[in-house]
Design a binder for this molecule. Sequence first.
Ligand code: FAD
Length: 291
Amino acid sequence: MKIKDIFKNKDTVISFEIFPPNNKFPIEKIYKTIDELAELKPDYISVTYGAGGTTQGRTVEITNRIKNINKIETMAHLTCIGATEESINDTLKQLKNNGIKNILALRGDIPRDEIHNSHFAYASDLVKHIKKETFFSVAGAFYPEVHFENNDLLDLFHLKTKVESGTDFLVSQLFFDNEDFYAFREKTQKLNLTVPLVAGILPVTNYKQIQKVRKLCNARIPRKFQAILDKFKDNPKALEEAGITYATEQIIDLIASGVEGIHIYTMNKVHVTRRILENIKYIREGIREAE
Ligand code: FAD
């Protein structure tokens, strides 16, 4: 099924993101993770695409398993940095052969020290290319706090181009203050961008993680969340509990405010994802599905 059609039938679509196997997370562990996440009945599970190249081939393999063994809808991430047109076409062919209809089209981060040759310069170029085939539904990324390479007006302008290139829905970068998401949503409404906006939520469950997040996307930490991090920095169990509660509160507020999708960056942590879904059990049951 195309994920864009799931949005037509539900008030709020709940999805998970996982990463494919790597040196620290072997394939057997991924299979177990997917089996356990599937029990939580997400509307779809997306699988990241390693920018460094080492795990790239495994995204197709893992989405194939999710779709054809676990029978859960899935979305493969695909980046264009360093990719030739041929390598992109090869991946698209593999996805199509496995019946994977949904792709999150991304540019990827520009490597700092390497010269890269990329056939497609921006995600919107990749979207246009993928959309030549009606087989695929395509999502794109957006940044409620602005993508770090641009100012907000330019970034919004480029986002409009990405949507006009054929993007069916947009998934956000993680954020810790819902007001940033709402402010961005208002701007997109003024621009007449009517595609569903999905909120990406990262449950922060250990202190190291927040340092990585700062490095990766420099997300703003609101005072309330900073107090939690400072207070429970040396108490891992307390920090995990507080992180799960913080993410739950973000999600409840977003659903109450009419968000079209919640995408949980699970970091392959089943117990954390399970606890969040338990916290919103009755809210989820109340999510309206079209007849
Ligand atoms: P684009 O939409 O191409 O935008 C990148 C920058 O270029 C922005 O500043 C934009 O304003 C600007 N821009 C766009 N078009 C133009 C133009 N025509 N002219 C000039 N400037 C332009 N990375 C991975 O490697 N693997 C993943 O699996 C992955 N998954 C992600 C999932 C989500 C939900 C998100 C939010 C990010 C993910 N990323 C992933 C990270 C992403 O690759 C980076 O954030 C990257 O820096 C930007 O990708 P993009 O697709 O948003 O790029």
